[in-house]
Design a protein around this ligand. Structure first.
Ligand code: TEU
Ligand code: CA
Length: 547
């Protein structure tokens, strides 16, 4: 029921912008804040309520801004603080709030804290980072590996100790056990809140409670204590949406992060449905055949576990993941149908939906053929390590094209102009060659576009409380080709049924799914009633609502 607990961000849709690749206003090949401002009208017509802005802070850009050198300055290539204030104001005028990307597990090695910290063992900021002596006999203090490959420890010659970095060596980990560090972070957060931002997306927040001496990185013993303190010291008491990125989260942990009485975050952003499709040994670099039954098992588990408390984010892709339609649909023969099917299935679930830039027009993975075309630090590091370990170059490129992070980072495709109209100059990363056909301008002119479908879903969520608060029930769990579920609120029911494959399928429909009323979403002809049996075309998805 839209009760006292109902929050505005539960019926809003979030749109993620990766600033570097969204819109370039001055022809230097890099997207920027004025470019974003120039596209706010487009986002308003899409109907979104929130923008999650990937980092725009000062940074040497070792990891495209996830390595921050000054939390209170804007990177010059993205614009100025005035540009940012204007973005907040212009977005607000369109009913859109801005979520800043809070990257506080680590800083850049060029942050003044780290520059001071590495200057001497007695330096004032030494204890803002995690330093350890070499192991007895020399070498790294522990065997911990960095997420971007190689050891998570780098030796600092001048002071004779190792510092921790769970990502690149240019992203030293902050030491959250230090109360002085925590106080600085909260002060910085309050400074941004006072500038009128809506809230925060929190980068790898599950890592801040690390206890490296016990080999613990994610989900450390003091994690929830820190988040509760942050809540109290900053956004607590406001209705600011806060989203914790947590690769390690289980549904049980999600209730701790986002339970209504926990005083922590609004919602979690977890990846179990993503990693479930990764190879057990080789992770994302070794594609494995798509398994719908396993995917449904994960989605169901989360939907049921967070039915009464806690709140989840709903997404197929982001800036670290391949394009949704390429990963879970068919970006060749059924691009439009499968992109709409995926959107339908996701947007009727319980949680807050996220649309990653370009997803709403069905942008696809990029067909790079040479390592020279890639830009992502993780991809480039892994290329070096995997080739050294004997993986053939062509296998690696195939893996990177299937699952690498650059798939999501090619320029936003605005029009059929060169580079998709993203820039008048040379883009920092090549545009997808399909930008001539797949772009915003063409989508706006086509009632049957993926974009038109997204607009409809985003609007529906604001109109139909059942989409936000309805009880979730899955059906046909063991069916290898179909995903089906109902949402029910009072006397209202919505049934969603979708074919995840490129061949038609017929199925008997359980009674609870037999809903008659009106078509809420369809990617073939509208269907206003589901009877005892259903025949679905390739990638067909229908959503039917009772009157
Ligand atoms: O991502 C966290 C993270 O762990 C990813 O790097 C992920 O593990 C990887 O892509 C899977 O192979 C966040 C940000 O979203 C990412 O862009 C940053 O690079 C990372 O943190 C470091 O800040
Ligand atoms: Ca620019």
């Amino acid at each position: 029921m839209p009760s006292a607990q109902s929050k505005w961000w539960q019926s809003a849709t979030v749109y993620q912008i990766y600033p570097r690749s969204f819109a370039d206003s001055n022809g230097d090949g890099v997207g920027d804040i004025p470019g974003i401002i120039s596209r706010l009208d487009y986002l308003q017509t899409l109907g979104i309520g929130v923008i999650w802005l990937s980092p725009i802070f000062a940074s040497p850009m070792d990891d495209n801004g996830y390595d921050i050198s000054d939390y209170q300055a804007i990177a010059p290539e993205f614009g100025t603080l005035d540009d940012f204030d204007q973005l907040v104001a212009e977005a607000r005028a369109r009913g859109i709030g801005i979520l800043l990307d809070l990257v506080v597990n680590h800083t850049s090695d060029e942050h003044r804290w780290f520059i001071d910290a590495r200057s001497a063992r007695e330096a004032a900021y030494r204890d803002f980072y995690v330093w350890r002596d070499p192991a007895p006999g020399g070498g790294v203090p522990t065997g911990l590996q960095s997420i971007f490959g190689g050891p998570a420890w780098t030796f600092d010659e001048r002071t004779g100790q190792y510092y921790l970095h769970q990502f690149s060596r240019r992203q030293p980990d902050l030491n959250w056990e230090n109360p002085a560090l925590r106080a600085e972070i909260y002060q910085m957060m309050n400074w941004w809140l006072a500038r009128g931002i809506a809230g925060f997306r929190m980068d790898v927040i599950d890592l801040i409670g690390k206890d490296v001496d016990r080999g613990v990185t994610a989900n450390g013993p003091r994690l929830h204590e820190y988040i509760q303190e942050m809540h109290r010291e900053t956004f607590g008491g406001s209705d600011a949406p806060t989203v914790g990125e947590a690769w390690s989260a289980t549904p049980e942990a999600a209730l701790l992060y986002s339970g209504r009485d926990r005083g922590e975050l609004s919602m979690v952003f977890q990846f179990e449905h993503v990693t479930q499709q990764w190879h057990e040994t080789w992770g994302k670099w070794q594609p494995k055949p798509f398994d719908l039954v396993a995917l449904k098992r994960v989605i169901n588990r989360w939907q049921y576990a967070l039915a009464d408390d806690g709140w989840n984010s709903l997404f197929w892709g982001n800036h670290d993941l391949p394009r949704a339609v390429s990963k879970y649909g068919d970006d060749k023969g059924f691009r439009v149908q499968s992109a709409k099917m995926l959107a339908t299935v996701l947007h009727f679930l319980r949680g807050t939906p996220y649309v990653y830039q370009g997803e709403e027009i069905g942008m696809t993975n990029v067909p790079f053929t040479s390592i020279e075309q890639f830009r992502d630090i993780e991809t480039l590091n892994m290329h070096r390590l995997h080739l050294a370990a004997g993986l053939p170059e062509s296998d690696f490129i195939a893996g990177a094209n299937a699952n690498g992070r650059d798939n999501a980072r090619t320029p936003m495709q605005w029009s059929a102009a060169p580079h998709g109209g993203f820039t008048t100059g040379t883009p920092w990363i090549e545009a997808n060659p399909n930008c001539a056909e797949i772009n915003v301008e063409a989508s706006l002119a086509d009632d049957g576009s993926v974009l038109a479908h997204y607009r409809r879903l985003v609007a529906l969520r604001k109109e139909l409380p059942v989409m936000v608060h309805g009880r979730y029930q899955s059906h046909l769990d063991g069916h290898p080709q179909i995903m089906a579920y109902t949402r029910t609120l009072g006397g209202q029911r919505v049934a969603v049924i979708a074919n995840f494959f490129g061949r038609p399928v017929a199925a008997d429909v359980p009674e609870e799914m037999q809903v008659a009323g009106k078509s809420l979403a369809a990617n073939y002809s509208p269907v206003s009633a589901i009877g005892k049996q259903v025949l679905l075309q390739p990638f067909e998805a229908i959503a039917v609502g009772s009157q």
